[in-house]
Structures are given as structure tokens and as C-alpha cells.
Design a protein around this ligand. Structure first.
Ligand code: BDR
Ligand code: CA
Length: 302
């Protein structure tokens, strides 16, 4: 199974993505963190908490505090510490090395390609692509949850959260000479999670933690009338892990993706360009199979 690094800003849906990957046959060699849903300090603490909950020893490395360019905006749907109502504490600590150094060293010494699951602002990955061109060929693929195609944004009318928080970084990643897979928010919105899914987790401690993690986030979506009425929460980031585990769950097209950097009302907006060269862009997903795979993976029944 693929060796992966998860680059993340936990975040309720990031936490689910980490739990999903750590429960799966994927070889998660490390978790790198980035600012985004909260500060990088909170993201790092939250990543450590989830690794601890899963009883794994996966190392956690802190990364970028701010975007390459422009300002960042925090999210409001993930609760005050970024993990909804989950108030677990951990004694675990982050590694001394920074996220970019860790990723570069892993790539340099790798005999097999390493995949990167990028589920926060793309800052860490873009800085590596820009500053360490010698490691680029060692990347198997970058699966990015970011952007929104032909639909409203979630941080502005036009922009999705991860794209808005570092559009330059996203543009660098999506135009790099590597395989990139984009899972945009409009596809994620097709997979809606209600508490029913989490109630079916068999291990009592894990079920309780997952229900605490997701309850307020799900309510936020149910009560949010910005777009349409959702019956539950959109767990964006776990779709990037689902893609690595089983790409056949998704329908994709080959397309260039443009990211608006202009600074006006379209800042961070993502659109498909005319060229077919560029990224694999998800356009549809089998929602019930994604939820089934998530649950079976957490329950160890796969
Ligand atoms: C993305 O924004 C964040 O709030 C989520 O964690 C996800 O990565 C969805 O737009
Ligand atoms: Ca995220």
C-alpha cells in the first residue's frame, strides 16, 4: 500500500481524514501541519491528539504559520480548538524538525515514491516544490482537497477555504510537473455525513470520540442556510484519503486548473482551463461507497 504523508490543519474533517488513514492499510510515515482552520500551534496539537486517540506512533511535524502571499482567514465551523467538542488532552509532543525539512528528507531518502495528501492550505508543499526541485521526482502524487468548480465557495462567494488561504501555493502545486489530483468542494458536498454513520462505529471509545468530534460540526451544517439545506456535515478532507485508498470511487477529468490571485472579489476562485494538461480533477463520487469504506476501515472489517 502507498506510503503517504498527510499535510493538514485539523479541523474536524482533517481529524476524520487522519483517523481514516491511520486505520487503513496505508503506510502513514508522518503528519505535517499548517495554519488554516486554526493556528499552526493548534493544528499541531490537534494532530497529536488524533494520533494518540488512534494509539499510533506516527510523528507530527509543525509547518507554515502563514500563507506565501496574502492574508489568511480562520474557519468558524470547527469549534474553539478546531476539534469540535472533543476535549481530549495528549502528552505527546511534536518532532523537533519542521514539516518541510521532514518531507524533504523523507523524499530524498525514499526508494519508492511517496504520496502526499494535502488537506489544508497548500503552503508547505508549494514551498518544497519551489525550494527543493531535487525531490520533486520522488513524489508519487499529491492529492489535494481544495477549490470549488462551478459552485459557490465556503469562505467567500467564489472561493473555497484552502484555496483562499494560499491561492499562490495552490497554483504552484497544481502546475508542478507531478501527478496532482484535485478533490474540490462541490464533489465533497455530495457526501453528507449524519451522526448515523458515527453511531455505527463498533469500538465504544472511538464511537464516543467521533460523536463528540463531529456533533457541533454536523449541527453547523444542518443550520447553515448559505447554500442549501444539508442533512449532515460535509467531511471534505476524508475524501482525499478515500481517493488514495480507492480511486474508482471517483469520476475524474484531466484539466488545467486556474487559481485567481488578483486580490479582488474572485480571489482564490478556481476554474477549469481549456487545456487537458494539468491535474486529475474529481467531478463525481460514489457517496455511499465512500461512507461504507470509511466505516469499514474504522471498524476493521475490510
Ligand atoms: C476545507 O476547509 C477546511 O475548513 C476543511 O478542513 C477543509 O480542508 C474545506 O473547504
Ligand atoms: Ca483541512
Amino acid at each position: 500500500m502507498n506510503r503517504i504523508i498527510i499535510d493538514t490543519d485539523p479541523g474536524v474533517d482533517d481529524a476524520l481524514a487522519i483517523a481514516f488513514a491511520l486505520s487503513s492499510p496505508l503506510d502513514v510515515i508522518g503528519v505535517s501541519t499548517v495554519f488554516g482552520n486554526s493556528s499552526v500551534a493548534d493544528s499541531t496539537q490537534n494532530a497529536l491528539t488524533i494520533v494518540d486517540l488512534l494509539e499510533k506512533n506516527t510523528p507530527v511535524y509543525a509547518g507554515a504559520r502563514r500563507p506565501m502571499n496574502g492574508k489568511s482567514k480562520r474557519a468558524s465551523s470547527h469549534g474553539k480548538n478546531g476539534l469540535g467538542g472533543l476535549e481530549l488532552k495528549t502528552n505527546r509532543t511534536q518532532q523537533q524538525a519542521g514539516a518541510q525539512k521532514f518531507i524533504v528528507e523523507q523524499l530524498r531518502s525514499a526508494n519508492e515514491p511517496i504520496d502526499i495528501v494535502a488537506i489544508g492550505p497548500a503552503t508547505n508543499i508549494a514551498l518544497i516544490l519551489k525550494n527543493y526541485p531535487d525531490v520533486v521526482a520522488k513524489i508519487g502524487q499529491v492529492v489535494v482537497m481544495a477549490g470549488v468548480i462551478d459552485a459557490a465557495g465556503n469562505i467567500t462567494d467564489k472561493a473555497e477555504f484552502n484555496a483562499y488561504n494560499d491561492p499562490l501555493a495552490l497554483q504552484i502545486v497544481l502546475s508542478a510537473p507531478i501527478r496532482t489530483v484535485l478533490i474540490p468542494a462541490d464533489v465533497c458536498r455530495k457526501v453528507v455525513f449524519t451522526t448515523d454513520v458515527f453511531n455505527r462505529i463498533r469500538n465504544e471509545g472511538m464511537r464516543d470520540a467521533m460523536l463528540k468530534l463531529t456533533a457541533a460540526y454536523i449541527t453547523y451544517y444542518q443550520q447553515n442556510d448559505d447554500f442549501e439545506t444539508f442533512e449532515g456535515g460535509v467531511m471534505y478532507d476524508l475524501l482525499a484519503v478515500a481517493y488514495i485508498l480507492n480511486p474508482t470511487l471517483f469520476t475524474t477529468i484531466n484539466s488545467e486548473v486556474r487559481v485567481n490571485l488578483d486580490g479582488g472579489p474572485d480571489y482564490g476562485m478556481t476554474t477549469l482551463g481549456d487545456s487537458k494538461a494539468g491535474s486529475l480533477v474529481a467531478r463525481d463520487v460514489d457517496a455511499s461507497r465512500v461512507k461504507g469504506l470509511f466505516l469499514a476501515t474504522l471498524n476493521g472489517t475490510i
